[in-house]
Design a protein around this ligand. Structure first.
Ligand SMILES: *Cc1c(COP(=O)(O)O)cnc(C)c1O
Length: 258
């Protein structure tokens, strides 16, 4: 599948030069880090999906990553994402199938007036933290699309201002989301406060993993832990992460001035 995308892009010489870009070099390095962390955790690296977080980078950067074999992308801002998804589709070689192979994940805070666009354009949403948003996503999911994959976002920092629900609310929200027809509850997501040591990073992620185990003991079948970014990927993988969300280490530092 990935090979076919690459072949199509290489066959369109004006689009992307076959010279190794820094994005493809970075992607290889991140993949290598995932393999090493998995080894350390005594896990298979195939259990860990790399989500390339392309927020603040344009469609050309996404295409470079696609060219290097990346198929799953994470976005934080709805309008930016919807425009970029359309631009990527246009820039990909004509075959519609090639575009359909890309998988878009929404990972940012969600305002209720943006749920329709999210339901229409994404395969996954990692940042559901209240029922109202989940209900709207379910209602607004187009009937011809598969159920929207959902992770519940837990705020494990003490700061109330951060997004995500308190961990004590997880059981109830899981029950409610599980009952919604056009959503498929897949797991949990968290963004811990940055800390310096591997041990502290692992402590936060462990809380999320234990919560997932608790839910699965109650009869859920959650297969996803969306944990780990550029700076704490290793700790997350050691604690069972199945999706790492990596931006900076792939695309470089983000320029918020634009
Ligand atoms: C920006 C962002 C990332 C990527 O962070 P990096 O430190 O650039 O790897 C991951 N997850 C979420 C929710 C983000 O907003």
């Amino acid at each position: 599948m990935v090979g076919s995308i690459r072949a199509l892009i290489f066959s369109s010489p004006t689009l992307i030069s076959p010279i190794m870009s820094s994005i493809s070099i970075n992607l290889q390095a991140v993949r290598q880090q995932i393999v090493q962390a998995a080894q350390l955790a005594d896990r298979s690296f195939t259990e860990i999906q790399l989500l390339a977080v392309s927020k603040n980078f344009d469609a050309a950067a996404v295409l470079e990553a696609v060219n290097a074999g990346q198929t799953a992308f994470g976005e934080n801002y709805v309008q930016e994402a919807v425009d970029k998804i359309a631009a990527v589709q246009r820039m990909l070689p004509h075959s519609k199938q090639a575009g359909a192979e890309l998988e878009w994940h929404f990972i940012g805070p969600i305002q209720s007036n943006k749920t329709r666009l999210i339901a229409q354009h994404f395969a996954w949403v990692h940042s559901v933290d209240r029922l109202k948003i989940a209900e709207r996503l379910s209602e607004q999911r187009p009937a011809n699309m598969p159920p929207l994959n959902i992770c519940l976002q837990i705020n494990i920092s003490e700061k109330q201002t951060k997004s995500g629900m308190h961990i004590s609310e997880t059981v109830q929200l899981a029950q409610q989301v599980n009952a919604l027809p056009h959503l498929r509850l897949r797991g949990l997501m968290a963004i811990p406060e940055p800390t310096d040591t591997l041990e502290l990073q692992r402590e936060s992620f462990k809380k999320i993993r234990l919560m997932q185990e608790q839910l699965n003991q109650q009869g859920y079948n959650l297969d996803t832990l969306s944990m780990g970014m550029s700076a704490d990927m290793e700790a997350a993988i050691l604690e069972g992460s199945t999706i790492v969300r990596v931006g900076t280490a792939i695309f470089g530092k983000r320029d918020y001035a634009q």
